[in-house]
Each structure stands twice: as C-alpha cells, then as structure tokens.
Design a protein around this ligand. Sequence first.
Ligand code: GLN
Length: 488
Amino acid sequence: MSIPNTIAGAARALRDGSVTAVDLLESVLERAHLTEAQLHAYLNIDRDGARAAAEAADADLAAGNDRGPLHGIPIALKDNMCTRGLETTAASQILAGYVPPYDATVVTSLREAGAVIVGKTNLDEFAMGSSTENSAYGPSFNPWDITRVPGGSSGGSAAAVAAGSAFGALGSDTGGSIRQPASLTGTVGVKPTYGTVSRYGLIAFASSLDQIGPITRTVEDAALLLQAIWGHDPKDATSYPGPYPDPAASLGAGVDGLRIGVVTELAGEGYEPAVESAVADMVAKLQEEGATVVEVSLPSFEIALSAYYLIAPAEASSNLARFDGVRYGLRVDGETTEEMMARTRGQGFGPEVIRRVLLGTYALSAGYYDAFYGQAQRVRAAIRADVARVFGEVDVLVSPTSPTVAFSAGARVDDPLAMYLSDICTIPSNLSGDPAMSVPIGLDEQGLPIGFQVMAPSLGEETMFRVAAEVERLAGFDARPEIPVVAG
Ligand code: GLN
C-alpha cells in the first residue's frame, strides 16, 4: 500500500479503495513517532480522538455518505483554536490545562467535512513571534535542518505538514504567521481575505488583523482546505456574508494575459541574494508564459512594519486583558484581587507577550494615543489607498514571502527588531485585509526552501490561486525534507 502525499491524492485513494482513513492516520502517526523528538511540531497529539474519527470516516464512506474532499483526511490545528474537550493553550502558561467547552467554527467545519483532527500544533505564545521559539512549551524545529527555526508563529503547523505528520494544517496569520513559516518549510500557506474565515473560537491576538488559513503541500490542497473552512458565520461580527470566490475555479488556467506587479519596496537591503534571484527567475518564467510584468511602487509598504507594531500590540493589550486568573486558566494567589491578577499575569505571560502588552498599553494611553495609535491608523489608511491604486493596474502583486531562508535557532531571540523584520513582506496584506499566499519555488545552496508570495485584492482568491498554481508548476518543487529519524 502506498500512502499518497497530498490531500487531493489521498481523497482519490480513499474513494478507489486503495487506502482507508485509518491507514492515512496511521501513516501520519508513524511519521510523528519518528520525527517529533527532533521537530516538536505538536503540543498534543489526540491519538484516541483521531482514531475514533478515522474509523467513523471509514464507516461513513462505506455507507455512501461522502462528505467531500476532506473526508478521512488527517489535519492538524494550531493550538490557538478552541477544541471541545481538548486542551487549548495558545502555547502560554496562562492557559495551561484550559479545556474549551466549545469548538471554534473552523473546527466545527472540519468535523462536518469529515476531517480527522490529529492534534494541536506548537506556536509562538499567543501567536506573537516569527520562529515558534516564544512557545512556553519549548521551540519547534525545521524539518529541512533541525538546527533552524520553522518560522512562526504557526511553525508547528508548517513543520508537521512539511514532515508528513499531517496532510494539511490550519494556522493563523496576523502579520505573516501562516505565510512566513510556509516559506521557511517549503509548504504552501494562505492568508485569505479578512473576514472570510470565522474567528469565532480563535484565541484573539489582534482582531482587526487575525485570519485563519490553510498550510498544505500543494496549491490545490490549499484550495480544498480553504473551501472547507471559509464562509459566513453569524458568530463573528466581522464575517463576510458572501458571495465567495472559488479558489479552485482557475487552477491550471495559466497566467497568459494577467498583469503581475513586482513590488519595488520588497527587495534590496536585508534580502538574501538567493531569495532575490529565485524570485526574479520565477517572475521571468511567468513573463515567458504570457503574463505582463510591471514594477510597481507602494511607498507606504516601507512603514507598514512600524504601523503594525503599534496596531497589533494595541489590540493585543486589550484582547489579553481577559487573562486575569478570575474565570479560567492559571491563578497565582495574592493578598488582594489586584495582587492576584498582577501575579497571575506576571507569571503566566512570557517576555514577548509582556513586551507587547506594555507597548500596546503605552500606544493607547491618553496623551500618546494620537501620536502612536492614531498615526499608525493613518499609515494603515495609506496602505489601503496605495494597494487600491495598484490593483487598478495589475491583477496580483508578487514578492519574496520572507527576506531570508530559515534562520538558526537562537539567532534572533535576543533581538526583537531582527525577529520583527521577518515579516516585512507579509504585513502589508494584513493591514489592507487582502489575501496573500506563499508557494515554495526551490531550495537555496544550503538546501533550505524559498517562498514566493502572491498578493491579490480582497476576494481575489480565484486569480491568486491561479497564479500560485502556475508558480508551483513552473517551479516543479517536489522535494521533501530528509529528517534524521529517531524514534521518539
Ligand atoms: N511575527 C508577527 C508578530 O510577531 C506576526 C505574527 C502573526 O502573524 N501571528 O506579531
């Protein structure tokens, strides 16, 4: 029996009877058994729950109750999405032992689609970070080189997909946390249009930026997973009512006649030469396939990172106020309620989370509000205006996803600014609300993956996936990491 590599392939094999959902799950659990000691992609593998779900999926399929392409497929979830009966920590001490009484809407959608939830993956605490080193439960590592980071904050999800210990995974992307780890692990990662995937049951970081999306091995798989999780949800006040685009409608249509904008500001100093040349080669190939390539300038992109590091911490400082030791999670007692809250938060939050809460509280405080938060909101408006202008001239924008390949574990932990710069290419789409995705296009001379970013206007997922599929075809990237195997 050969186990397919992709969701689409596994879906076909399930239907022609060559594999069962239990086989797919066992293959994933075996990979996890062989690689988790090196990668630490998962915080918690739900072996029993997953086995029961896989058996139910097989029984359902045998009874002719076909729930579509995710039926019987093992999927991993970033541990900031609430799962009923399954511990959900956001990789924070403050939520250690928290077992949600409800499922996030994306989890309900996956269960209804017949997906098998393998477990919860590691992340930077509350999704704040770019390396998964800010997890309170220890870092994850990159399957391509276990001395390097898998990116973050959805690093566990990306590492699991790259390693084969899940067929696909969900991540969340506030400033790049799906796309940057996808880029660093040679996987496909999509941040859909803001509002298209429900945030109900996602532990909030910065609510005006947070978006859940898929991490998979192929562009087609990403479209399948996205279709299973998006759609209007009355439980999320920012949910988009529809109509929704069809991300799979134009896969294989090529790029002939499309206008592709290369972003001037997302190149130059700080970008590794191997990344820049791989991206330039891909742009040349797209042009050979009939796309019109133009260079476009979006000056506001230069200040997007600074605006993000005011807006995201400001929202986080408000969202994280609920973790006070009163109703759930960690409680460290004190003489007074105030002392209890202060001790709980002081001990429950890690240093990066505390830094963000301090930054955000400062940016929102009376007297500084307009100079910091207000100014950042004006930058956000300028980004929206810049993007609206160029999307009148081009169909998609392209750039590297990350200025560098995977960096060494520890290299940026003591330098928050260097860590923040990892997201220089991904943050603009969060501030504008537009969709963007990363597609692997090759390896550098050290054998580390390079990601190509495609950005589209809001609800432009059909064109974005069309371009991404062509990038994937032209790159012909199908390498798999060789992970030194130690039974764990
Ligand atoms: N790395 C960015 C940050 O630390 C983005 C995180 C994210 O998208 N969740 O805020």
